[in-house]
Design a protein. Sequence first.
Lengths: 395, 202
Amino acid sequence: MDARNTSAKGEHAPALSAADADALDALVEAGFDPAAVAEAHRPRAERIATLLGLLNNAPIGRSGRLVEDTLAHALGLEPHLCADDAAALDAWLEAGGDAGRTPEPLRTRAERHGALAAAVCHCDTGKRDSLVDRTLALVQATIERDADSLDFERATGRRIRFADVASVAAVLLIGASVLWPVLSSVRDQARRIACAANLHGAANAMSGYASLNQNALPMVTASYGGGTWWNVGKGPDRSNSANLYTLAREKYLSLSSLACPGNPNAPTVPASPEDRDWRTLDEVSYSYRVISGPQTPRWGDSTRVLVMADRSPVVKRAVRGERVNPEASTPNHRGRGQHLLFNDGAVEWHTRPVLPNGDNIWLPRSLERVLHQLSGGRLTGRELPDGPDDAFVGP
Amino acid sequence: MDPRSDEKLVEAYRSGESDAFRTLIERHHDDLLRFLIRLTGDRAAADDVFQETFLQIHLSADSFDVDRRFRPWLFTIAANKARDHLRRKGRRQEMELSAPVGRAGGGDEFGGVQFVDLMEIDVPAPDAAADASERDRLVQRALDDLPLPLREILLLAYFQRLSYAQIADDLGIPLGTVKSRLHAAVAAFARKWKASQNGDDR
């Protein structure tokens, strides 16, 4: 939809200036409400709205909003309520859904809106069953699981006798050589399960954060950006990991949920309640989508994008000035693959750090291109994603 | 019945009164479940999302600002959870809530633009108990045909009866967009309903 096109034919046809055309677009976009138009376009939008209002007052039809209707029709905005129904809907909603409180001329139509709403809202929920109890049980199970993990930590080292240690040690020594490969695999599997649970927890936390922050992804400060995103612990407005740490700082989850069992350096409790970031790169278990201002996708966007992954194997080497291997997998799972969390809440295990569209998750697209052409290139920690479809996590 | 407001109950729950949480769930059980059944079009899915929603409320209770209203927060979380659920099931969202209206209803079998006039539509009668289940089914069918963002804003408006300003505030999108999107949603729903009445929706 571009009003400029309306004057494309015929040199002498009257044409809107580009600024007016943009303002008209913005006005239509805002449902003909100049107050809702962005400030840059508002003065012009108000003038256009006044003009439309003058035309509306002309005695040319039953509708008081003929111009808006016709314009909307011409622009292909469909489906469209007739003007009287639109006015009745506005009045009905402003009256808190009570048609009796709407102005007389609109009341009959407002009652019809009420009837439609009633039909939608009064569906049959079936027998009032145990949903309340099941919900409470789910919450209780979550509380107990959290408490159990704390108890387990407290219990270790208590009431253990020498005889227990000796017998366990004997069994372990005898069986170790036979069982070691199996145990190792089981341990890897257990770590992967715990790690996936962490990411599911992070998805819940992000969903909670999004609910309170206009669907935004966690961000440490609204003015974030422009620095070196891999400076973990060196200034909360600089490091990208501080954005992820926001979930723990604002208590959407506990820090232990952001500690992958495959990272021995990950803290499970904050060193200080004032902390706004992990203190060193080694402490970070998960790499987070590099946030880049207004282009940053939102939680639940229709476009599915990567939000978080097991920690990058590339950033630490790049910080040290070493050569990086963008095909390497995270060190969290012994290089066998990594978990990825997407903005629809899904957690997936990928054996390669590459998305189905060919996008490497450790690198911005600009660098991927350079690497492809030169088999070289160097990450500096200041790159930003090319756009919403450039998945790129760090540190 | 507990006379305390929802917000007070959240505060009480935060300070350890676990019964307050049950009261909150019971208080919103019927409305939220109906909202979710309508949004997901599936009773079992609505049950799951209902539980996930209150689990999220439990997890986020500490960060809830008690100066804000609880009910819009609850419904917004529920809508987010339902959206995630539908997406996991592969029913893709066709556009964003804040996107321009465009051809939201789609150039469909009706061919071209139509202005919906409610006076020309047989609106469903809520007290006609005899055919209530048939009416429910037809309403659900009309809703299922709407793109998810339109269904979402229609249901949020119908279930919450908030002013445009409040909806805009809760959803974090401009007031004008809420208005035009809701108009489009009601028009699309009314047209689908009319089509289902005439038996020509499929």
